[in-house]
Design a protein around this ligand. Sequence first.
Ligand SMILES: [Zn+2]
Length: 173
Amino acid sequence: MSSGKGLYDQLPATIDPIQLAERGARLVGSMPLRGMARLVATLLDGVGDALVELAFERGDNPGMAIVHGTVSASVKLTCQRCLEPMMLDLRAEPRLVFFRGGEDSEALIGNDEALEADRPMPLSEMVEDELLLAVPMIPMHELNVCPAREYVAAGQGKPNPFATLKGRKPNED
Ligand SMILES: [Zn+2]
C-alpha cells in the first residue's frame, strides 16, 4: 500500500494561482480525503487520497491564470439501489480562470466564471469542490454487480403493462 505513494510529491497546503501561472507551474501529488469535511460528509468514510494533476498557465491578460488538469479519488459511498457500500472512482477535469481582483479586472477579463485570487488559497478546497461536483446525485453500482440486481431482474420478468398498451392499436378492443 505504501510503496505507490512515492510517485507523488507533497502538494502545497495553499497556492497562489496567479503566481504559479507566471512560472508555468505544474502540481502533481496526492492529498488525504479526510481533510475535506464537506466531501467526507457525502461518503461512508474519508479513507484514501485525492490525486491531483494541475497545470497553471498565464491567461491573455496580466494577473490572469488558467488552471486545468485532473482531480480524482476512489471513494466509498452507499449504492442507492441496494443500500450496500460501493467504491466509486470520482474524476473531474477542471478548467478554472483566476484573476487578481481590483478595479475593472472583471471587465478586463470578461469572464463571468473567473474567480478572484487575491491571496493564497487552500489547495484542498479547490480539489474538494471539484470532487463534490463529480459525486453522482444517485450513486449506484453497475447493474451487473449490484446485489439488488436479482430483484430488479425479477421485476423485469413480469409483463410490463405499458409495453402491452404500446403494442395495441387504439381500435383493437
Ligand atoms: Zn448496489
